[in-house]
Design a protein around this ligand. Structure first.
Ligand SMILES: C[S@@+](CC[C@H](N)C(=O)[O-])C[C@H]1O[C@@H](n2cnc3c(N)ncnc32)[C@H](O)[C@@H]1O
Length: 311
């Protein structure tokens, strides 16, 4: 048995549950379920799973502060009680199996765990994801919006061969694998977390995309200079995004697109200013709850195309 996971449970109300869930994701939760409280209390119980090494004490302090902010805004916030417990990894896995159901996304995809036998709708392509310890099942708004933007890009693609796609901060590999399933000629999945990369390779095999999806462990800056992609997708929090924005821009082919998410609506002004400073123009904007997803393109006169890594 592995080290287990740490679960943070908090009771919210219909007014606060979504905000609390987003808050827990922004603190690094890998997965999250909502249900009725077990002990008959009123409200909605939110249970968020964190990796074992997470700074849980600080998360709990910030969560309590956040609850007080919600209260100050006049929102009901349940009884405020926060529970923390350690879950053995086997139980955590079982919990995922209960709550990770096949999820249709966009018009053409369904995201399904490997233990779901189907059948799946005939008009949808299946992306198999075993989440392991990584982020990216499609159940979070930012992943979903990136998948929709990816699908829209592939729908409009008119090249002879499929487009070349880069997924920065791939997590489970969901975006790169979806790109491979939807017709990308090649998708490169990059992550700084070695465990995430090992999981991506398994997910790539589960979705039969080994011939199209390449997994690279490391930071985006480590890609071969001169690499260019028709589409770059980066679902990163803004703290991670800002320092790499220039690098991402250089990786986008002249007529290409950069899709970014992991952005809170309240950060929109700062993100727009940073994008403009990096020579990127916003083409489309999508939001879901507190989260934003932007599609950008390099300003004219920007990048010149060059070969892919390893090609
Ligand atoms: C929010 S998850 C996104 C996962 C998935 N792409 C999705 O959309 O659901 C962000 C991922 O970025 C990775 N990451 C963080 N900083 C990075 C960097 N500088 N370069 C590459 N990956 C990074 C993290 O390890 C994590 O797996």
């Amino acid at each position: 048995m592995g080290e287990g996971y740490v679960e943070v449970g908090v009771v919210g109300t219909t007014e606060t549950a979504e905000a609390l869930a987003d808050f827990l994701f922004s603190e690094g939760a890998l997965g999250l379920v909502t249900e009725d409280p077990r002990d008959g209390r009123a409200g909605i119980l939110i249970r968020a799973s964190f990796p074992p090494a997470s700074p849980i004490k600080q998360v709990v302090v910030r969560l309590a502060d956040y609850q007080r902010e919600l209260e100050a805004l006049g929102l009901a916030w349940g009884d405020g009680h926060i529970e923390v417990r350690t879950i053995p990894s086997e139980d955590w896995g079982r919990s995922w199996k209960q709550h990770f159901r096949p999820l249709p996304v966009g018009r053409r995809l369904v995201i399904a765990p490997p233990w779901e036998a189907g059948p799946f709708p005939e008009d949808r392509l299946v992306v198999r994801i075993d989440p392991g310890m990584s982020f990216g099942t499609g159940h979070h708004a930012t992943t979903r919006m990136c998948l929709e933007a990816l699908e829209a890009f592939l729908d409009q693609w008119r090249g002879d061969a499929g487009p070349r796609v880069l997924d920065v901060g791939t997590g489970t590999g969901i975006l790169a694998i979806a790109a491979g399933v939807l017709g990308a000629e090649r998708a490169v999945a990059v992550d700084t977390d070695p465990e995430a990369c090992a999981g991506v390779m398994k997910n790539v095999a589960l979705s039969n995309t080994r011939d199209r999806v390449q997994v690279l462990h490391g930071a985006v800056e480590a890609l071969r200079p001169g690499s260019r992609f028709d589409l770059v997708v980066a679902n990163l929090d803004t703290k991670t995004l800002y320092p790499v924005l220039n690098t991402l821009k250089v990786l986008v082919a002249p007529q290409g697109r950069l899709v970014i998410s992991g952005i809170l609506i309240e950060e929109e002004g700062t993100v727009n200013a940073s994008a403009k400073a990096a020579g990127l123009r916003v083409l489309t904007r999508q939001s879901d709850g507190d989260w934003l997803c932007l599609t950008l393109t390099p300003e004219a006169g920007g990048n010149r195309s060059a070969p892919l890594p390893g090609s």
